[in-house]
Each structure stands twice: as C-alpha cells, then as structure tokens.
Design a protein around this ligand. Sequence first.
Ligand SMILES: [Zn+2]
Length: 194
Amino acid sequence: MTEAAVLSLFRQSGALLEGHFKLSSGLHSAGYLQCALVLMRPRDAEALGAALADRVRGLGATLVLSPAMGGIVIGQEVGRGLNVNALFAERVDSTLTLRRGFAIAPGERVLVVEDVVTTGGSTRETIEVARAAGASVVGACAIVDRSGGNAGLDVPFHALLPMALPTYAPEACPLCAQGLEVVKPGSRPGALKA
Ligand SMILES: [Zn+2]
C-alpha cells in the first residue's frame, strides 16, 4: 500500500482533517488525526494491518503487543496478517500492564503495534512490558509516524505513512494570524464527519 493510498483512506473516512484546530494540549494545528475513524471500517483496518504485516514479516515476530486503546484494533489486524496472537496492555494507575489473563512467555519474539507514534513514549513503555516478561522485542510499527524520525526506539521501526503536522502556541499560530476561525475537533457530535 503506497503512502498516497493510506492518506486517501484517512481523508475519505474523515480521520485526517485539514483546517485550523485547537488540540487537547491547547496548541493549534493545521491538521487533526483520529485513527479510530479509519479503523472503524473493517475492510480498511484489515488492509492497513495486512500492509503493515508485509513490512515487518522478515522480523519473525511470534506475538503482537499493543497499547490500549489506540493500538488494539490495528494490533489485531497486524496479528491477523502475520497469523500470530495479538495482545494488548492497558493502563492501571497510569502504568501499562497485562490484564485479562494475557501472558507473554519468555523467548517470545514480540512486535509492538501502534496506530500513531508521536513522541514514541507509549511505544517504549509497551516494549518494556514485553521485555519485563522475558520476551525479545524484534520491532515496532505504526500506521502513522508523526515523530519526524525522532521516535527514539532501540528496535527496528516501520510506518506506512510519515506525517508532519506542526503545532503552534496560540500566540505564534500563523493560522490565527490569518484570522481563520479555530475549531476544537470532536467538540460537537458528528463534527468529525468531514
Ligand atoms: Zn491558531
């Protein structure tokens, strides 16, 4: 799947909005990404998972591990593509933890799967969950890489779509300077249906 094809899926589903947005961090941006809107379409989710699986097949993963919530759907689909089990870790008192009877055997070859990597923080945490169980982490992947190559991971990292979405402090926002109205994404029901 080409980067253009991935981008097209995001635009069609309203998962990528272009305009002038106020993010939950308070920063402004010209773009807003909500992967859940592309992953809610089962055929598209499956296609994205298959494309990621093709990229990472050579790593020889025996298990997929994703951080909840964002990584769960795409982790399942990459697991389907690789024909390996897909687990997720979730936060308990802010610490990523395996629950629900999930266990990772020592010696498993784990692939960490995310929807979007921005700072790489949750990916690194997920890698540590696998290592703490005695597994070896053979790589990580994401649909979208917003890190600009700065995810800082110590394992091979693959993404289908690199995407730079710069953010601005409101007082330094070039879109505000142009007098464009700022929108808070998701603040109204249906507002994300572009
Ligand atoms: Zn602005």
